[in-house]
Design a protein around this ligand. Structure first.
Ligand SMILES: [Zn+2]
Ligand SMILES: [Zn+2]
Length: 107
């Protein structure tokens, strides 16, 4: 009745697991785990941690930020353009800078 709580390796069922991968929570034998950055990871998790396959999310955020910046710039220039269009027309009307009214020609 002394069955030790030994888990088999996830890849080698006939072997005893020596460590458990903290990333995927699976048990692995001594051969299947590798120490990486102070942690013991299995081969697949080690590959996932080593390869830069994580940053698609950050890229999307960067794209979104760039799009938002572009939109903000567009809005700024759009409003600026409207302001520039609206200003001279009202000011010109007040100053009478438009086409001069029909006036009698001298002679
Ligand atoms: Zn793992
Ligand atoms: Zn193994």
């Amino acid at each position: 009745m002394s069955a030790p709580l030994v888990l088999p390796c996830f890849r080698h069922p006939e072997r005893e697991a020596a460590a458990r991968c903290p990333a995927c929570r699976r048990a692995f034998c001594r051969e299947c785990v590798t120490e990486h950055d102070g942690r013991v990871l299995c081969a697949s998790c080690l590959r996932a941690a080593a390869s830069p396959a994580a940053p698609p999310r950050r890229r999307i955020a960067e794209r979104f930020a760039a799009a938002a910046g572009f939109l903000a710039a567009w809005l700024f220039f759009f409003l600026l353009g409207r302001l520039l269009v609206a200003l001279p027309s009202s000011a010109g009307e007040g100053a009478g800078f438009g086409d001069p009214p029909t006036r009698s020609e001298p002679r």
